[in-house]
Design a protein. Structure first.
Length: 150
């Protein structure tokens, strides 16, 4: 498996918390931790920005994708808005995670809880070229749900 070096700067709020880490040998994403001073309660339908207490320097040609944790979504209905969130190679601010509670009950987030995953992916930049017509395809303009329900 290929690997690149990602520089990380823990902020004071992350003192005592682990760095993001892959939890299994085949994991694609590193778990991100909540760097909270106090518990945060997410009521049903509520969203909050949760700090991770880290900054990263992602190399040019790559991005960080912040993605939901499947267990939080399946068990509690807690997921991310703006997912996957993109961390550009030139961003140097703290990583924050925009959680939303789509479940039926309030959800408590505590310091050190694993709240999201960080996936590092290569980026290909495109160059747009204006054309009067585009080549036809069998799909054409078929969009949302065009292939049917089943």
């Amino acid at each position: 498996m290929d690997s690149i070096t990602i520089k990380v700067r823990p902020l004071p709020a992350a003192e005592g918390l682990p760095l993001p880490a892959y939890m299994t040998e085949g994991a694609a994403g590193m778990d991100l931790y909540a760097a909270l001073e106090e518990e945060v309660v997410l009521r049903p339908g509520e969203r909050k920005l949760i700090p991770t207490g880290i900054q990263v320097a992602i190399p040019a040609g790559y991005e960080g994708q912040v993605r939901p944790r499947s267990g939080l979504a399946a068990k509690y209905g807690v997921t991310l808005l703006n997912t996957p969130g993109t961390i550009d190679a030139d961003y140097r601010g703290e990583i924050k995670v925009l959680l939303i509670n789509l479940g039926q009950e309030s959800f408590v987030i505590r310091r050190g809880d694993r709240i999201a995953q960080l996936v590092i992916s290569p980026v290909v930049r495109g160059s747009l070229v204006v054309e009067a017509r585009l080549e036809e395809t069998s799909r054409g303009e078929g969009g949302f749900g065009h292939t049917g329900r089943r």
